[in-house]
Design a protein around this ligand. Structure first.
Ligand code: SF4
Length: 188
């Protein structure tokens, strides 16, 4: 069995069908203290619960809302997306590795490898380092090739699809950019 860290429902769809096609057993693990604010966290949990029911995948849940922990861990580097995201990936993947070892999984992976918006190479690098350090295989696949398919399925299933990555910093970046764009449009 491979333990797959799951960032959200829509991002699980394509990797799940890929593993199913290959006949590889996967177990999901939801651990994302980076999702804020609270109502957004709840909505994303709900969307993944829908996928869990619809697809019959078993998920190990950590539904603790991690705002304070996450801000504490990233506070000093919150203005720098490179550093902030690196810490964010390490936090989530290290916890996934620990869970994988606890569950005696054969390997671990993450749905973060599906998103075209994530820092793919950095995620791969961090996962490989953790794999080496904790002596558990990292299952790598570039799931971005199925991005369109996964998104289409999410729309068909009427799943909630978020418009920003997760943390309050990314929410600000997303909407402040949108705001600037909107102001520019109005001033044309
Ligand atoms: S932008 Fe996304 S990956 Fe980066 S720190 Fe925020 S939640 Fe984590």
């Amino acid at each position: 069995m491979i333990l797959i860290h799951v960032c959200c429902g829509p991002c699980l769809l394509y990797p799940l069908s890929w593993f199913k096609e290959k006949g590889i057993e996967v177990l999901g693990y939801f651990y994302n203290p980076n999702i804020h604010p609270y109502r957004e966290f709840k909505v994303r949990v709900k969307a993944l619960e829908q996928v869990e029911t619809l697809k019959g995948i078993k998920i190990i849940w950590d539904k603790t809302y991690g705002l304070r922990f996450f801000v504490k861990e990233t506070f000093m580097v919150c203005e720098n997306p490179e550093k902030r995201c690196e810490r964010c990936y390490v936090i989530r993947l290290r916890q996934t590795v620990k869970k994988a070892l606890e569950l005696k999984a054969e390997a671990f992976t993450t749905t973060l490898l599906y998103s075209i918006y994530q820092k793919h190479n950095l995620i791969k690098e961090i996962a490989e380092d953790l794999s080496h350090k904790y002596r558990i295989p990292f299952f790598y696949e570039d799931f971005r090739k199925g991005y369109k398919l996964g998104q289409e399925e999410a729309i068909t299933l009427e799943l909630y699809r978020q418009s920003y990555c997760g943390c309050i910093f990314s929410e600000e970046e997303r909407y402040s950019k949108a705001l600037i764009k909107e102001l520019k449009r109005k001033n044309k």
